[in-house]
Design a protein around this ligand. Structure first.
Ligand code: NAP
Length: 257
């Protein structure tokens, strides 16, 4: 006998920022569990490489060029997913960019502030709005899985724009969990600890940072994108249908040490 609560066949996932890092970690796992996967990104080369990798796991996977900060592009991309797969069961608004500079807060430019908000918060709004519209129309429930960050609860010096978007995502997730429950749509956020991806490549190359942070992680290593596969499968699956409004930290123990 086997437990089939994690079977994702017949389900479709949209994963923004799915062409690399944590998003690709989500995508590999849900594709392996049987889901049709649509990954979105702005870099054609990264999209093509990730698409080929995912198609080796599940041939139905596809990549779409979409800048999530462009409202019309998000609507077009979501319509493309519906046309191709006929449905949307899970939406992972995961695309994000880091702080645009390391200047003191009082020297921060409005342009840099706006850029982070446009991708990390407006992009999440556009994506979730289009996905929930389709899920409600289908009438069979769904899963919203937002990628937040420890900065939402700990703050980020010189990174107020990024931290504000990640805190905003938690508020958006909780608001959605209440409003969407009547449609059997769950909404949860993942808080990753320090994970080896393109976003952290530079800072992980800074020895002073490594020496200061690794001793503060009880598991004594950085996270990898594949450390996020199981939570993606669980939150997308029927096994989690009563689990909503939660913030799940996957950080090697960083936040409690
Ligand atoms: P990453 O490898 O740089 O991934 C970022 C992803 O977002 C890429 O796939 C990128 O694709 C996509 N993206 C960026 N701007 C976009 C836009 N305007 N439209 C569409 N896609 C866009 O870094 P990551 O660490 O995996 O980041 C994924 C998420 O995890 C982010 O939301 C980040 O804030 C969060 N996070 C990361 C860490 C960490 O330690 N790594 C910790 C906490 C939270 P393109 O390059 O093709 O645009």
């Amino acid at each position: 006998m086997s437990y089939d609560g994690f079977d994702l066949s017949e389900k479709t996932a949209v994963i923004t920022g799915g062409n690399g890092g944590i998003g690709l970690g989500f995508a590999r796992a849900v594709a392996a569990a049987g889901a049709d996967v649509s990954i979105w990104g702005t870099n054609a080369k990264k999209n093509a490489a990730a698409e080929a990798e995912l198609q080796a796991i599940n041939p139905s996977a596809s990549a779409t060029l979409c800048d999530v900060s462009d409202e019309a592009a998000v609507e077009e991309a979501m319509n493309g997913v519906i046309e191709r797969y006929g449905r949307i069961d899970a939406c992972f608004p995961n695309a994000g960019i880091g702080n645009q500079n390391q200047k003191p807060f009082f020297e921060h430019s409005t342009k840099d502030w706006q850029k982070v908000i446009d991708v990390n918060l407006h992009g999440v709004f556009y994506t979730l709005r289009a996905a929930t519209r389709q899920m409600v129309k289908q009438g069979e429930g769904g899963s919203l899985i937002l990628t937040s960050s420890g900065t939402a609860i700990q703050g980020s010096p010189k990174g107020q724009a990024y931290a504000s978007t990640k805190g905003g995502m938690i508020a958006m997730m909780m608001s959605l969990s209440v409003e969407m429950a009547r449609y059997k749509i769950t909404s949860n956020a993942v808080i990753p600890g320090w994970v080896e991806t393109a976003m952290t490549e530079r800072i992980f190359g800074w020895q002073k940072f490594v020496d200061a942070v690794i001793p503060r992680i009880p598991m004594r290593r950085w996270g990898t994108p594949d450390d996020f596969g199981a939570i993606a499968v669980y939150l997308m699956s029927d096994a989690s249908r009563w689990h909503t409004g939660d913030v799940i930290k996957i950080d090697g123990g960083f936040s409690i040490f």
